[in-house]
Design a protein around this ligand. Structure first.
Ligand SMILES: NC(=O)c1ccc[n+]([C@@H]2O[C@H](COP(=O)([O-])OP(=O)(O)OC[C@H]3O[C@@H](n4cnc5c(N)ncnc54)[C@H](O)[C@@H]3O)[C@@H](O)[C@H]2O)c1
Length: 264
């Protein structure tokens, strides 16, 4: 029996590189996953075919609070519960400029619409999904919010506005969530890859010609499974770096090496 038997996990951005890998790993550990991604050709159907009946796809635009409420209703009605939210959906700098790493766009060159799209997708959608899920989690006395942010260096890198600030806001909000949730049985923690990862978001091939040097998405699986499980009871307000997770150690030892308090 897997450590996530009888656990329903909502993974946002489930059709993307990290979301797909985490969904597969969570299902292999016994979870049922409600995989959420944008409607219309996001690739959710292909992930559903690959991962089988324990992957319950749901198309939603998480910038919209009604869609976030619908995700919760879908999880409760079609997947039989809701225990863990992996707030993973996001957009990167490649939406603004495909050569964002080698020929960066400076902040004064951004349009207000570009700023708003990235902030709303990466920060506001995490808040909206957490807001939609948390009353149910508090009522059942157990739950997890796992927010995917990014490395501190990326949050402050020249040419990385608005991605950097969008993730810094999500990081700070995770700390506040963890404090607001103290004593409720529900935790809020951050998980990051720990470097540029081999997904569609890291698209500038002049900067990253050798994809094997990037963090590979399956590296996210062991820490996300542990964070979603009862083994991480009592862990709150922390951030874990997947790249530093040593799978040959016990989960407690791996977590202690890969973890540190979230925030600044
Ligand atoms: N790839 C990296 O190097 C890296 C590093 C640090 C953090 N991250 C973070 O990891 C997360 C996953 O990124 P990835 O690398 O897998 O990228 P990705 O582009 O492969 O996946 C992101 C997914 O989010 C979905 N999405 C975007 N906006 C959405 C919305 N409004 N509603 C629903 N779904 C939406 C996209 O359709 C896509 O499937 C992101 O939050 C990203 O910022 C990535």
């Amino acid at each position: 029996m897997g450590v996530l038997e009888n656990t329903v996990v909502v993974v946002t951005g489930a059709a993307g590189g990290l979301g797909r890998a985490m969904s597969g790993g969570l299902i292999a550990a016994g979870a049922r996953v409600v995989g959420v991604d944008l409607p219309g050709g996001s690739g959710l159907d292909a992930v559903a075919r690959e991962l089988g009946s324990n992957f319950v796809p749901f198309a939603a635009n998480l910038r919209n609070e009604d869609d976030c409420a619908a995700v919760v209703q879908h999880a409760l009605a079609k997947a039989g519960g809701l225990h863990v939210l992996v707030n993973n959906a996001g957009v990167g700098m490649q939406n603004i400029n495909p050569r964002f790493a080698t020929n960066p766009t400076r902040f004064w060159e951004l349009t207000p619409a570009q700023w708003r799209e990235v902030i709303e997708t990466n920060s506001t959608s995490q808040f909206l999904m957490a807001r939609a899920c948390t009353p149910h989690l508090i009522k059942q006395g157990w739950g997890r919010l796992i927010n995917i942010t990014t490395s501190y260096a990326t949050m402050q890198l020249a040419g990385f506005s608005p991605y950097g600030p969008s993730k810094a806001a999500a990081e700070a909000n995770t700390v506040i969530m963890s404090r607001d949730l103290a004593g409720s049985g529900v935790s809020a923690n951050v998980l990051i890859p720990g470097g540029p990862a081999n997904t569609a978001m890291v698209s500038d091939d002049l900067m990253w010609p050798d994809r094997s040097k990037l963090v590979q998405p399956p590296q996210m699986i062991a820490p996300v499974v542990w964070l979603a499980s009862k083994e991480s009871d009592g862990v709150n307000g922390m951030r874990f770096i997947a790249q530093m997770w040593n799978g040959s150690l016990s989960t407690a030892a791996a977590a202690s090496i890969a973890g540190a308090p979230a925030g600044f």
